[in-house]
Design a protein around this ligand. Sequence first.
Ligand SMILES: *[C@@H]1O[C@H](CO)[C@@H](O)[C@H](O)[C@H]1NC(C)=O
Ligand SMILES: *[C@@H]1O[C@H](CO)[C@@H](O)[C@H](O)[C@H]1NC(C)=O
Length: 332
Amino acid sequence: MASSPVLPWKTKIVFAIFSAVADTVYRSNGTINRRLINFLEAKVSANDKPYRGVKTSDVVVDETRNLWFRLFTPTEIHKHHVIPLPVIVFFHGGGFSLSSADGIAYDELCRKFAVQFSAIIVSVNYRLAPEHRFPSQYDDGIDTLKFLDETEFNRFGFPTFADLSKCFLAGDSAGGNLAHHVAVRSGKTNFKRVKVIGQISIQPFFGGEERTESETRLAKAQPIPVERTDWMWKAFLPEGENRDHEAVNVSGSRAMDINGVKYPATMVVVGGFDPLQDRQREFYKWLKRNEKEVKLVEYPNAIHAFLVFPELPEGSEFITEARNFVHEVRGK
Ligand SMILES: *[C@@H]1O[C@H](CO)[C@@H](O)[C@H](O)[C@H]1NC(C)=O
Ligand SMILES: *[C@@H]1O[C@H](CO)[C@@H](O)[C@H](O)[C@H]1NC(C)=O
C-alpha cells in the first residue's frame, strides 16, 4: 500500500524544505530552535481594514504569560443578516510546539472560516512546548473561554452581534487535542454567557505507547513521521510521563471519565493517509460509547494537516461539510 497519495509539487516542496531543517528545529536534547522557527514562519499583523470580507484584531487575555487571541470578524455577512453570529474558538496545530495565531497559514484559514461559517473566530495563541508543557496549553484554552465569558464586549472590541450561547470549539492536529480537553473542562465549568454547543475536531493529535496499525504502516508519512510525533509528545508531557497519559491516549485505560460530563456535538475529521487515523476512529468510538453526539467524516486521500495546504482538494470538501455542521448544530 502507498504511504502517500499523489501530491501537488507545491506540497512536496514544503515537505522537502521542512525535512531539510527538521533536525535543526527539533534538537535531539529535547529543545527547539525557536530562532530558526521564527525566521521560517511568515507572520501577518492584524488589520482593522477588511480584507477578503474579514477584519482582525489581537486581544490580550493575560499579559503575564503572553496569552492572546486573534479575533476575526466578518464584515459583509452582518450587513445582510440581523441574527447574531456563533463564536468559534480555534486552536492551531503544530504538535504543541510550533505555529501561532498570527502565522500566515492560520490567519488565512481563520479568515476563510469566518466567511464560510458565518462566524466570529477567536484564534488562540496558546503557549508552546517544550518551554511550556502540559497542562499550560489546556489552561490557556479554558482561560480564554473564561475571558470571553466575563469581559464586557466593548472592552476588547468584540462585536455586539456575537452570540456566546452558540459557541464552538475547533482545532486541527494538536489544536484538535486541545479542543477536546478544553471541551471536557468547559463541560465542568459554570459559565454565565458561554455555552459550548459544538466541536470541529480536525485530525486531532492523539497517541499511545503501543503503535497502532496505521502508525506502523505510515511511520514515515509526511508531515508527521512517527519519530517526529514521539519527539513532540516528549516535549509536551511532564518529565518522566509516557504516551499512555490521559492527555495523549485519550480513550485508553487512563482516560478521563467523561460519563455524565456535558460534551458538545462533535464532528471528527479523519484522513486516509494520516498515521493518526486509527487513534481518531478510536476517539470517535469512545465518544459514542459514552453517549456523546458525534459524527465521523473520512477523506480517504487526505494526508495529515491537509487544511493548511490550500492546493489540496479536501480543503473545500471540508469547508462544505463543516459549514453544514455549524448550521445544523446552531439551529438546534
Ligand atoms: C540543547 O542543544 C542546543 C544546541 O546544541 C543548545 O544550545 C542548548 O543549550 C541545549 N539545551 C540543553 C537543555 O541541553
Ligand atoms: C492506548 O491506546 C490504545 C489504542 O487506542 C489502546 O488499545 C490501549 O489500551 C491504550 N493503552 C493504555 C495503557 O491505555
